[in-house]
Design a protein around this ligand. Structure first.
Ligand code: GAR
Length: 225
């Protein structure tokens, strides 16, 4: 099988991108990152990609007028790189439904909460405000609705009594990195798909009743709903 071609979209620091680059370098991810694209030209993620010798696309999205037109032009440029999969790794812009429509089923996003809990921003603070006993991250298929596409896999961790939003973010980040690499590896191996109704994730030809769970020792595991 040909190596999968990945485009990674990122807006910020780029630690999830860095995890993908490292996994690829160390032979844990059999895929090529053909493009890193971002909507903040000064983002660290883009600098990281350039330093790794990866092609980049930097397009400022602030102050550019009509949102949908920007999204469609941006996605057309991403598509021109010929990716098999698009991975949103800290891409902090909600893309227009028409712009992403051709990619539904081939676009994954990492989100720092146990979806469907806490879609949107500020998840660590909201976990504490809600008094949740557990926190975590999800990798889901991107659909037109924000953070609402079917979840492929999650990683969970306990919330401690003395946690702050910063301590939760710090503890979750390395787990996010492992989760994203594991999920992208499955996608690159052609093992996951979205059913045509866009509601159910299929792994190795079988529908998932519940998201996979990342286990520290055993990797991604099927779980009961
Ligand atoms: C990560 O925590 C990621 O889950 C989150 O942004 C951070 C990016 O960090 N994404 C979202 O909130 C998407 N809604 P990074 O730039 O170091 O990878």
């Amino acid at each position: 099988m040909a190596r999968a071609r990945l485009a990674v979209l990122a807006s910020g620091r780029g630690s999830n991108l860095e995890a993908l680059i490292a996994a690829r370098r160390e032979g844990r991810l059999h895929a090529d990152i053909v493009l890193v694209a971002g909507n903040r030209p000064d983002a660290a993620a883009l600098a990281l990609a350039r330093a790794a010798g990866i092609a980049t696309l930097a397009r400022e999205s602030r102050g550019t007028g009509e949102r949908a037109a920007w999204d469609r032009a941006f996605m057309a440029e991403v598509a021109a790189a010929g990716p098999d999969w698009i991975v949103l790794a800290g891409f902090m812009r909600r893309l227009d439904g028409v712009a992403i429509a051709p990619w539904v089923g081939r676009m994954l996003n990492i989100h720092p909460s146990l979806l469907p809990k806490h879609p949107g921003l500020d998840t660590h603070r909201r976990v504490l405000e809600a008094g949740d006993a557990e926190h975590g991250a999800s990798v889901h298929f991107v659909t037109a609705e924000l953070d609402a596409g079917p979840v492929l896999a999650q990683v969970r961790m306990p919330v401690h009594v003395d946690d702050t939003p910063a301590s939760l973010a710090r503890r979750l980040l390395p787990l996010e990195h492992r989760l994203l690499v594991a999920c992208v590896a499955l996608a690159a191996a052609g093992r996951v798909a979205l059913r045509a109704d866009q509601r159910v994730v299929v792994l190795d030809g079988t529908a998932l009743d519940a998201p996979l769970r990342l286990d520290e020792r055993q990797g991604l595991q099927r779980t009961a709903p």
